[in-house]
Design a binder for this molecule. Structure first.
Ligand code: NAG
Ligand code: NAG
Ligand code: NAG
Ligand code: NAG
Ligand code: NAG
Ligand code: NAG
Ligand code: NAG
Ligand code: NAG
Length: 366
């Protein structure tokens, strides 16, 4: 269980140590979540006064790292683990919503080091809340022997299909995260140097960029550059804004470098195809913003160094689901959100916020 803790921003403004005593945890064994309200909107409208949080799993390995994609036919959520070594590659953990969030881990053929992902509607299949189950689309970071790219997996047959593994003859670095545009079906994704930084890919040979791929024609476009490590990406619910996180502060080989970006950038999406008007949306004081999702009111949620942070669409910090350890991603479910902190899986239940893709993915519409 947990309670909502109000944050006094004026007290924090003149006391750099304010947050040190506000909430604490044992970072070797975090067992509670605090819901920190930086703005009354968080308590009243985002979470609601009766939201509660609990820990579902505490493992001796880091199963709960990235992705968090729901498949309706299996009624399960798919999560990718944190990279350990080439001998112990990233695997996929299936969270069974029919069975009290029971977990099992697996590996899929032709998927080497999976990271981010989303639901995948192949060309000419409508993206709606009908009963047709989509497949999963994984970002495969690749390794020394395998290309990085996008791979679809049908979780009912476990068959995998390569969708993209190069850009006009050049190699990606390590494709990181992906969204499918609900109207055009285009696949928007990021590519970052993490495979090289974590010693499982050759050095990068292209910039860290954001791409738009047309799966029906094969056409691919660079839509943004200028990142050290473009990472999480997400559309606003009206699809007019794209948010992209730059996790360049986390270089892995050199550790955390606080002078590099830990920043969410916002772009205008023009004609559903291009990006314009790059601007800073928010900077994160704790770690770096990794996986990112929006809710139906336009609030922006991101996994950060101490939990999940939530901003309104103006970029004002509304609150945090505070764990005290790093969260790289999370997944909305109807009435709640599953929060990943690598070895732990948490759930915040009884919330008012509704994830942008809840209606389409679960068929549960407001
Ligand atoms: C923190 O958790 C670790 C692992 O369970 C435990 O060994 C340690 O005693 C805990 N520290 C405190 C101060 O409780
Ligand atoms: C919260 O719980 C209390 C006590 O059960 C109840 O009276 C109240 O209506 C609830 N509030 C909301 C917003 O559900
Ligand atoms: C997934 O990875 C974990 C830790 O690296 C390991 O314990 C587990 O056996 C793996 N499962 C599969 C199916 O590969
Ligand atoms: C592209 O990636 C493949 C698979 O990892 C590798 O065999 C090949 O050498 C790479 N090519 C270049 C030019 O880096
Ligand atoms: C697919 O993989 C899952 C997880 O390992 C397994 O439970 C299931 O039986 C597999 N399905 C098929 C058709 O092989
Ligand atoms: C990797 O490539 C970058 C960009 O070309 C270069 O600056 C860096 O020195 C390279 N690192 C290594 C270890 O080769
Ligand atoms: C608090 O959040 C509300 C709703 O998003 C917003 O209108 C207001 O400006 C915020 N207050 C501050 C001080 O940021
Ligand atoms: C599908 O979504 C529409 C609105 O978007 C809703 O009216 C309808 O009830 C939903 N169908 C199902 C099966 O959830």
């Amino acid at each position: 269980m947990s309670s909502i803790v109000p944050v006094d921003l004026l007290a924090a403004a003149t006391n750099p140590l304010y947050f040190e005593s506000l909430v604490t945890t044992n970072t070797s064994d975090p067992s509670t979540i605090a819901l920190l309200s930086y703005n009354d909107t968080f308590r009243n409208d985002v979470l609601g006064e009766n939201a509660t949080a609990r820990r579902l799993h505490n493992l001796d390995w880091q199963a709960f790292h990235e992705m968090g994609t729901y498949n309706r036919k299996t009624n399960s959520i798919y999560v990718t683990s944190n990279y350990q070594s080439l001998d112990d590659p990233i695997n996929v953990t299936i969270i069974d919503l029919d069975n009290d969030y029971a977990i099992s881990s697996t590996r899929y053929a032709d998927l080497h080091e999976p990271n981010g992902g989303t639901n995948w509607y192949p060309p000419n299949s409508a993206q709606d809340n009908s009963t047709t189950p989509p497949a999963l689309l994984f970002c495969d970071e690749g390794d020394f022997d395998h290309y990085s790219g996008l791979v679809s997996v049908d979780p009912t047959t476990n068959a995998s299909t390569p969708i993209l593994n190069s850009i006009l003859g050049r190699n990606f670095s390590s494709v990181n995260d992906v969204r499918q545009h609900p109207s055009t079906g285009d696949i928007w994704f990021t590519d970052a140097p993490y495979g090289f930084w974590q010693n499982f890919r050759p050095n990068t040979t292209i910039p860290s960029q954001v791409y738009r791929f047309e799966p029906s024609t094969g056409a691919i476009h660079v839509v943004a550059d200028g990142f050290i490590a473009s990472n999480g990406l997400e559309f606003s619910p009206d699809l007019k804004t794209l948010y992209v996180t730059d996790t360049g502060a986390q270089e892995v080989i050199n550790g955390l470098n606080g002078t590099r970006p830990a920043t969410i950038y916002a772009f205008d999406v023009v004609a559903q195809r291009r990006l314009e008007n790059r601007r800073v949306f928010a900077w994160v004081a704790d770690g770096f913003p990794d996986g990112i999702h929006t809710d139906t009111r336009g609030n922006v949620w991101a996994g950060c160094g101490d939990g999940v942070h939530v901003w309104n669409e103006e970029g004002a910090l509304l609150g945090k689901v505070w764990i005290g350890v790093e969260s790289n991603n999370f997944a909305f479910v109807p009435g709640g959100v599953l929060v990943f902190s690598n070895a732990q899986l948490w759930i915040v239940e009884g919330i008012k916020a509704v994830g942008r893709e809840i209606c389409r993915d679960f068929g549960v519409c407001e």
